[in-house]
Write a protein that binds this ligand. Structure first.
Ligand code: PMP
Length: 458
């Protein structure tokens, strides 16, 4: 049914170019208009309620109706709605939040710099690595190694770090000096009979071969998500991080942990780096930092990174970087309150405990005719769909199968996300057991319906 003239739907089609949307298709089908949030639920303008099993975009840790965040924002708005941190100015919320992040960090970190999105934070890291290399008198050391299917954002530099074709195609990316090594997805990439450990060794060897081919002295850093999210929820194989970190240490290459999804409890530990025993020199955080109630992100750097940058800024006369809204006081106040809630309610433990139920529940779908692999850790999971289980392939075009499954599951009241042919799940950290059971049951019903449509019923 075409939208009514002057409705939100019609005006959205008329005026709004959407992120991550097929623009021409949007002109035909229009939007779903969300109106309200309530705990793990969102409600559209027609009153249909959904479990938001993606926490928005992997981000709303405390749910969609946390009054304490509203009050924190309102208090700060009334007190000092805006100030910046340029040229030696500061304000209490940004200092409190920086101190809090240093306290929470899984390894000793020295300084925090605030940005507004994960993309901006990772973009800044590319700049920081250049600045540091120049500061150290090693101007050749500027290449960065990322991974195929890694996701680090969409600005020119962060989209280049991202290892996904859709973020490069027609944008003339990636930029020079950014390389992509093997995606550590055992089920997809391992050879027949290759164990997780053997595959992890091969991933580390691939990385080392790339470093040797480029020249170790030209590589500034390796950037990775502890476990990949937007590339399709890829859990690294056993021993991966141990072996990769050994390679980085051998060649004195910095490790950047992109904790934008994993940070603040997602894996059942405070950080993905804790879960995988990673020792990053630089960390990116965002999303669950403020539960995305307001835009804020941060880059944490250790002394090895900070020292040369500070020296270089002294030499030049200033650190020539900063946004009008870097360390925005209202966003910082909301983030602080959000972190307080995560700690007070022990949402990290909730993620760990409810995560066991989510992982086990989704794994009961493993024998479904349309399910190739179920993977995940804590409250993040992926269900990869196939039509040929043996060949591990889905019908053409790529993504069509999961898109249909996503639609059927959404009609039944659960919002997931289709990434290629993988359905992703990443619910708010406040989720309870019965809501997890509803997600699993709804996915089962949706997949059964899809199998029925395709004449593949059980
Ligand atoms: N890094 C990771 C790991 C992410 O998942 C994302 C967003 N999905 C980003 C960076 C980019 O963050 P933003 O969308 O806030 O720019």
């Amino acid at each position: 049914m075409p939208p009514l003239p002057n409705s939100i739907e019609a005006r959205d089609i008329a005026f709004h170019l959407h992120p991550y949307t097929n623009a021409r298709r949007h002109e035909e089908i229009g939007p779903i208009v969300m109106a309200k949030g309530d705990g793990v639920y969102v409600e559209d303008v027609d009153g249909k309620r959904y479990i938001e099993a993606m926490a928005g975009l992997w981000s709303v840790a405390v749910g969609f109706s946390e009054k304490r965040l509203v009050e924190a924002a309102s208090r700060q708005m009334a007190e000092l709605p805006y100030y910046h941190a340029f040229t030696h100015k500061t304000h209490a919320p940004v200092v409190d939040l920086a101190e809090k992040l240093i306290q929470l960090a899984p390894v000793p970190m020295s300084k925090v710099h605030f940005t507004n999105s994960g993309s901006e934070a990772n973009d800044l890291i590319v700049k920081l690595l250049r600045y540091r290399a120049n500061g150290m008198g090693e101007p050749h050391r500027k290449k960065i190694i990322s991974r195929l299917r890694g996701y680090h954002g969409v600005t020119l530099a962060s989209a280049s770090l991202t290892g996904l074709p859709n973020n490069h195609r027609s944008f003339d990316l990636p930029m020079e000096g950014i390389l992509h090594t093997t995606c550590p997805h055992h089920w997809r990439e391992a050879h027949e009979g290759e164990s997780e450990e053997a595959f992890a060794t091969r991933c580390a060897d691939d990385l080392e071969a790339m470093i040797a081919a480029e020249g170790p002295e030209t590589i500034a850093a390796f950037i990775a998500e502890p476990l990949m999210g937007a590339g399709g929820v890829v859990v690294p194989p056993a021993t991966y991080w141990e072996k990769v970190q050994a390679v980085l240490r051998r060649h004195d290459i910095l490790l950047v942990a992109d904790e934008v999804i994993c940070g603040f409890g997602r894996t059942g530990e405070m950080f993905g780096s804790t879960y995988y025993d990673m020792k990053p020199d630089i960390m990116t955080v965002s999303k669950a930092l403020s539960s995305s109630y307001l835009p804020i992100s941060a880059v944490l750097v250790n002394e090895r990174v900070y020292g040369p940058i500070a020296d270089e800024s002294a030499k030049i006369g200033t650190f020539g970087h900063g946004f009008t809204t870097s360390g925005h006081p209202v966003a910082a106040a909301v983030a602080l309150e959000n972190l307080k809630i995560i700690e007070e309610r022990d949402l990290v433990a909730n993620a760990r405990e409810r995560g066991v139920r989510l992982q086990a529940g989704l794994r009961t779908l493993s024998d479904h005719p349309l399910v190739g692999e179920v993977r995940g850790v804590g409250l993040i999971a992926g269900v990869e769909l196939v039509t040929d289980k043996k060949a591990r392939i889905a019908v053409q075009p790529p993504g069509a199968l999961a898109a249909r499954a996503f639609g059927l599951i959404q009609e039944r009241g659960v919002i997931s996300r289709a990434i290629g042919d993988t359905l992703a799940f990443c619910p708010p950290l406040i989720i309870d057991d019965s809501q997890i059971d509803t997600i699993v049951e709804t996915v089962r019903l949706g997949l059964d319906e899809l199998a029925g449509e395709m004449g593949m019923g059980r």
